[in-house]
Design a protein around this ligand. Structure first.
Ligand SMILES: Cc1ncc(COP(=O)(O)O)c(C=O)c1O
Length: 384
């Protein structure tokens, strides 16, 4: 990783002691939640602290944004009411009809939204962005304006080379946005690799406790696109609420320790499953046989994330039977929380999904890794 945006402290220290963490008046070690929807004007008609109205201006939200910007080495960050709101804002802020290049494998809900982007005058090419030749080949000089990649990509965990795609994008005069929800700034800092905007479903690892729905964007530099995104959020009002922002700060303070622990456990379980008789394939970027392993080794530092998937020799029925048989793993969508989750993705993604029917996705939580493994192998015996 190069050092273009190297922060003053590591992610671990920044998260443990967020910028402006202490409250100046009472000296409280933890910040209060700023619930006010409006702010006082001085008799001279000015707003002394610069805060005007809650839709655009909430102190708790701004504190959370400052922390995300610090973690990502960004100039500035913005919070939204969900990851979908954050991601879609980038596209809605484009000011001319644009050709978009997007990862074929990505969060299905966002892919579904992007498939209908032509209603806004844009066109999109979904390609395998782990294949750099395919990325180069799809560029339409003069009209490609935005690259949207997700790495590792949900739920196949393919790896796209951020630095290489940033170069291709910039040569085309385009912007590169990276959905880094799975990697988190603990493992990858896309802006330091040349990306322009990084996006998170903060619902996942950033918050980490499965009790907030939130989204974030952080930018390497302010500019016309970013200004339009800021203006649009303030006008449309799809910002995050103060209480959720406060919970998010609380969650982010333990981000480093959670993500490292979850990555270690995922790596342990994935490696042990590789030779399991019931399984046709284990998909985890930390396995040397994974197609994206060498790229992941370069751009992910300190681990390969807490997510993996497996494919079953006996197809969909085996996958569903195993999901039904686990006790410790919880059958639920989403990921990145404390509790381990298991999900048959094809059931939720529906038609047109690149996710095979024989696949189960795992979000590794913070339980004892041996107990998680034991629960899973007991359930896997059913499918063998
Ligand atoms: C990788 C990724 N990006 C974006 C989203 C959308 O985020 P949210 O559910 O917070 O709207 C999700 C949700 O699962 C996701 O997994």
């Amino acid at each position: 990783m190069d050092d273009r945006t190297k922060p003053a402290f590591t992610v671990k220290t920044l998260a443990a002691q967020p910028p402006g963490a202490q409250e100046r008046i009472t000296k409280a070690v933890t910040q209060p939640i700023h619930m006010s929807a409006t702010y006082l004007r001085d008799p001279d008609n000015r707003y002394p602290a610069g805060h005007v109205y809650g839709r655009a201006d909430n102190v708790s939200v701004q504190q959370a944004e400052r922390l995300i910007a610090a973690l990502e080495g960004a100039e500035t960050a913005l919070l939204f009411g969900s990851g979908m709101a954050a991601a879609s804002s980038v596209f809605l802020a484009l000011d001319r009809p644009t050709h978009i290049v997007a990862s074929q494998v990505m969060y299905w809900g966002f892919r579904a939204w992007l498939r209908e982007i032509s209603r806004y005058g844009h066109s999109v090419s979904f390609i395998e962005t782990s294949d750099l030749d395919a990325v180069r080949a799809v560029v339409q000089p003069g009209s490609t304006g935005l690259f949207w990649i997700e790495t590792p990509s949900n739920p196949l965990w393919t790896i796209s080379d951020i630095a290489a795609i940033a170069e291709i994008a910039h040569q085309a005069g385009a912007v590169l946005c990276v959905d880094s929800t799975v990697a988190t700034p603990v493992l990858t800092r896309p802006l330091s690799l040349g990306a322009d905007i990084v996006m998170h479903s903060a619902t996942k690892y950033l918050n980490g406790h499965a009790d907030v729905v939130a989204g974030a964007l952080a930018t390497a530099r302010d500019g016309p696109l970013w200004s339009r995104i800021v203006k649009m959020r303030d006008q449309l009002g799809n910002a995050l609420g103060a209480f959720d922002a406060w919970l998010l700060i609380r969650g982010m303070r333990t981000l480093d320790v959670r993500v490292r622990n979850q990555s270690r456990s995922a790596a342990t379980i994935a490696a042990r499953l590789v030779r399991h008789a019931a399984l046709a394939q284990v998909l985890y970027p930390g396995l040397p046989q994974h197609e994206g392993y060498h790229t992941a080794l370069r751009q992910m530092k300190g681990g390969f994330g807490g997510m993996f998937s497996v494919r079953f020799r006996n197809g969909r029925r085996a996958a569903i039977a195993v999901a039904a048989a686990v006790r410790l793993w919880k059958r639920a969508t989403s990921f990145g929380g404390i509790e381990s989750l298991i999900e048959h993705r094809a059931s939720i993604e529906g038609d047109g999904s690149p996710c095979p029917d024989d696949l189960l996705r795992f979000s590794v939580g913070l339980e004892d890794v041996e107990e998680l493994y034991e629960d899973l192998t007991r359930a896997l015996a059913i499918a063998a």
